[in-house]
Design a binder for this molecule. Structure first.
Ligand SMILES: Nc1ncnc2c1ncn2[C@@H]1O[C@H](COP(=O)(O)OP(=O)(O)OP(=O)(O)O)[C@@H](O)[C@H]1O
Ligand SMILES: [Mg+2]
Length: 206
């Protein structure tokens, strides 16, 4: 599905797909390939990162590349085009590098041992989850796949604290997706993570 009104050289307007390494022109086929890549990325990431790994800016790029590297040249590389979606305008492409530096400093500041250690209670975990998830989406570092790779990173963090990954399928539920977008909008508009935290609360459990 084409979500963004963006005119860039990565996009094949005739076929309505992002130009990809496999030369796929059918949007449904590409969507299905991306799903396969996501499943594989969960497996590869779980193997790659240890239980007490401290995630860095480079890891963020590596995880995105792990997910979409088989399909797109730009996987793991910061986007060079500006993007907006409905009522939200994501970080100006020229500022991504600086914002990602700030993001990684904030991530490290959460890290006595790991950002999500087993010693934290659920309220503390949710506060961190909301901030990390919300900020990454607002920066929107990559051309596509930001939602899925952010959820993957957050699931890795949750598992480090012995929590189950969040139910991926919820994000494909129309009602949930509407509330999720509203919550992301609040992060963008008011730096307010509370809606996102409330939404994630029932999805986070041991
Ligand atoms: N209108 C909107 N309001 C708020 N947030 C939005 C809106 N549109 C997109 N988003 C955020 O951007 C993400 C989508 O970004 P992107 O298309 O790069 O990732 P994706 O993995 O392809 O998408 P999805 O999360 O839908 O699977 C969504 O998950 C959501 O977090
Ligand atoms: Mg997308």
């Amino acid at each position: 599905m084409v979500k963004y009104d963006v005119n860039d050289s990565y996009f094949d307007h005739k076929h309505g797909v992002l130009i990809n390494k496999l030369g796929i022109k059918d949007p449904e086929e590409l969507q299905s390939r991306e799903k396969d890549c996501l499943v594989k990325a969960y497996k590869k990431a779980a193997e790659k990162f240890s239980e007490n790994h401290v995630f860095s800016e480079k890891d963020v790029c590596d995880i995105h590349k792990l997910f979409l590297g088989d399909l797109y040249d730009w996987a793991g590389k910061y986007r060079t085009v500006d993007l907006s979606s409905e009522n939200i305008r994501f970080c100006h492409a020229a500022y991504i590098k600086n914002h990602m530096k700030d993001f990684s400093i904030a991530l490290e500041a959460l890290t006595p041992l790991t950002p999500f250690s087993e010693d934290l209670n659920k309220e503390q975990i949710l506060a961190r989850l909301g901030k990390i998830h919300g900020e990454l989406i607002i920066i929107h570092p990559f051309r596509d796949g930001n939602g899925r790779f952010t959820r993957l990173l957050c699931d890795l963090l949750l598992m480090q604290a012995n929590y189950l990954p969040m139910a991926v399928s919820e994000f494909y539920n129309t009602d949930f997706a509407k509330k999720y977008h509203e919550a992301i909008h609040e992060v963008w508009r008011a730096v307010d993570y509370s809606k996102l935290i409330s939404l994630f609360d029932p999805l986070v459990s041991r």
